[in-house]
Design a protein around this ligand. Sequence first.
Ligand SMILES: [Zn+2]
Length: 61
Amino acid sequence: MGDVVGFRRPKPAAKAEGNALCSRGFHKWAIVQEKPFEVRSGKLITLYRCLRCGHQKVETR
Ligand SMILES: [Zn+2]
């Protein structure tokens, strides 16, 4: 024998490319909102969202 049955890998074509970038940390960030959220500490919080996968992150300054 020695015949290896390959696994079936579903390949969602074009979409996978964008997600591959995302999984490497290359998100396509867009600013969703910018507001002085933590007024007490005087920090401005910016909310980002990836246009491809919808992942979100917040950044404080
Ligand atoms: Zn992403």
